[in-house]
Design a protein around this ligand. Structure first.
Ligand code: FAD
Length: 295
């Protein structure tokens, strides 16, 4: 099936895009098109106007700046996969990027588009939740920052206003003793997650866990945190027993549905296992990542 007819706008600046979003009737933003274009083709989305942001060069960046790893709205999954700074210092992002879909989709799809799509099976949402990440939104009233844990409301629904554009997704740069990891279970290459878990820990000088973040994929109506598991880890020394307890708490916090890929009990068990694995890798990496001064 072909997409229904729509008007196509190609702004070259963020200001231009925002004024189009304000003036047009129910416009839809097009970034990588890897979620939107299939919806257009199957006529699950029938927008009258599409605002294509691919010509806004100022949104095409991925770099560390002012204490954050910043990914502009045109940073593709493949940019994260290819980034040296990510490979060296952001374990969970380095793990997640090559596990997303297939190379074609990773070359076009964007991290920000994935956040805006708010698919509970999306991987970036969990990673940003585990890192206390946020997105930056621009609208007619100016710029605001939305913490990742306030972005996702329902499947495919966010707290973003209709006339707002996400310009950036970002995570805090790692501090001394920080490590992170992402583990994902999928049936085969190219598939979405059956379950996924991102974990981030910060160890203090005494090797106790000072901070912990856990984000879960595909096991609730949105990407979700596991707050009881996070709290349970803080103040404790990493151990296999502790990770087992955290895994059980994360599984209890999850709320998966049975489907053709597996029943809910199996997915809960997978959350338990993936949490333990992600925590193990995060702690191992916590000894390697050093505080870095970012400009
Ligand atoms: C076969 C297949 C497998 C996939 N597997 C995975 C997977 O394993 N893991 C995973 O995480 N994802 C997966 N995806 C989704 C893919 O990662 C998409 O790239 C991503 O969800 C959306 O990014 P995009 O840049 O393509 O956004 P688009 O498709 O262009 O847009 C998606 C939605 O976000 C909105 N939007 C886009 N950019 C902005 C912005 N800057 N501000 C506000 N709204 C915006 C659009 O209006 C639209 O509603 C898969 C997709 C396909 C087709």
């Amino acid at each position: 099936m072909k997409a229904a007819q729509f008007e196509h706008h190609e702004p070259t600046t963020v200001d231009e895009a925002v004024s189009l979003l304000e003036s047009l009737d129910e416009p839809t933003i097009l970034a990588g098109g890897q979620s939107l274009v299939p919806m257009l083709r199957f006529r699950l989305a029938r927008p009258d106007t599409v605002v294509d942001i691919n010509g806004i060069d100022s949104l095409d960046y991925l770099h560390e700046d002012n204490g954050y790893l910043k990914m502009g709205a045109l940073a593709r999954h493949a940019d994260v996969e290819d980034s040296e700074v990510v490979a060296d210092h952001y374990g969970s992002l380095a793990d997640a990027a090559p596990l997303i879909a297939d190379p074609q989709i990773r070359n076009r799809g964007t991290v920000v588009g994935s956040m805006a799509q708010a698919d509970p099976k999306g991987d970036w949402g969990s990673v940003l939740l585990a890192h206390d990440g946020e997105v930056v939104a621009r609208g007619p009233a100016g710029e605001r920052t939305i913490p990742a844990d306030q972005l996702f409301l329902l499947p495919y629904d966010t707290s973003l206003g209709e006339d707002e554009l996400i310009t950036e997704a970002r995570v805090p740069a790692p501090v001394d003793g920080e490590g992170s990891a992402y583990h994902k279970l999928k049936r085969k290459t190219g598939d979405y997650a059956m379950a996924g878990v991102a974990a981030r820990v910060v160890l203090d000088d005494d090797r106790r866990i000072e901070e912990a973040g856990i984000g879960m994929t595909a096991v609730d109506i949105t990407n979700a945190r596991a707050p009881e598991a996070e709290d349970h880890l803080v103040g404790e020394r990493p151990s296999a027993d502790l990770f087992e307890e955290a895994g059980e708490l994360a599984a209890e916090a999850s709320n998966p549905e049975s489907d053709e890929h597996g029943d809910a009990a199996y997915k809960e068990r997978m959350v338990d296992v993936l949490t333990q694995r992600a925590l193990g890798d995060a702690v191992e990496r916590a000894g390697v990542v050093k505080r870095r001064v970012t400009q």
